[in-house]
Design a protein around this ligand. Sequence first.
Ligand SMILES: Cc1ncc(COP(=O)(O)O)c(C=O)c1O
Length: 416
Amino acid sequence: MFDDTLLAEIRARFAHVDTCPLTGPRVFFENAGGALTLKSVVDSSALYAAIPDNQGRDNPASRALVEVIDRARQDVRLFFNATGGAVIVGESGTELLFRLVRDACTGAAPGGIVLGSTVEHPASRGACTRWADETGREYVQVPHDDATGQVTADAYAAHVTPETRVATILHTSPVTGMANDLDAIAAAIRGKAPDAFIIVDGIQHASHGRIDLSGADVDGYVISPYKVFSRHGYGIAWASDRLTALRHDTLPDGPAQNWEQGTRDTGAYATFSDVVAYLDWLGGRVGDAGDVRARIEAAGAAIAEHESALTQAMMNGTDNLPGLRALPGVGIVGGADNPAREGLVCFWLDHVESAHIVEALNEAGIRTHIRRADHYSGTILKPLGRADCVRVSLCHYNSLAEVRAFLDAMRGIAAR
Ligand SMILES: Cc1ncc(COP(=O)(O)O)c(C=O)c1O
């Protein structure tokens, strides 16, 4: 776990850490709905929003904006550890998943199947449902394991066929909280379908550190920057050279391999450079010097370690406070002892409604979220026989004191 001094330095870099500007003091355990925003991101947003110049003009301001965009593309590559390919800024993570899946489906060889899994968010499932249908293919969903909240490489291996044209993988689930073994799943797909276009939803994983596309043989990786310390209003994807070589929507006589349409919001790109600069700083505080990528990796490892210590405390208790697993009538999605967990716990109590738990936690100044068996979470909750559950999601800037406040409130709620 980070020591108090470093945690204070980390928290000082984020806006609204312990106070909501709308409701007052609160503990923020709704990070899977949108992480805290770096103060540097707020500053960059204001700076670039006020600049009237457009890109591609023969003046110094315009050239400076283009440099900011070019630098951000390099920073995204460092963040993903991806070489070559294209960095794409789109409307949102969902929109980019749809776009990558669409262009992969329309550009792939005819026939075959589109492969995904039941643990995926409806963004990728929806994209595959539509574009498998539009291109005359079957959409096959690999079943996930209800007990662990994960989908495995073996499960993919049992469903992948040599005619798999497009495949999607969820890196981490925002409902179970578990990471899937991206490298192994991609290898299982490539083992039978070497030419498949593999597209990854990394939206929930991104804030928890350790994206490394150098070890994952994939064609696309999508994130939502507001879930990784930046802000709303844009999504980011990396697409491989072969995916980029397929046909996209493009301007007549414009560059054929250009994924992006229209004038860019320089501020969006600048704010992702802020995220990378933050991880660079954090990596320097926790690890040895090295290059920027080494520091991003050091930051990722430290983030994972801190979050793991917090979720262990949440599960097993701390000081004299009982952990979640000790509460009467508790159920925990994916099990209490799951090493794949990334800073997120979904649970229920048999005798207290989830909506009531969220409300009571709100009254105690602790923000969490209900997940229902709807089109977002139904594929995960329905097989468990659950209509809903409570999601508690943390990030590396959360503290043990905040976990204590949560467990203290939960002890009272469970005793009702
Ligand atoms: C795993 C995953 N995929 C996709 C999405 C959709 O992302 P967005 O709403 O940012 O487009 C989310 C949002 O919660 C998510 O967690």
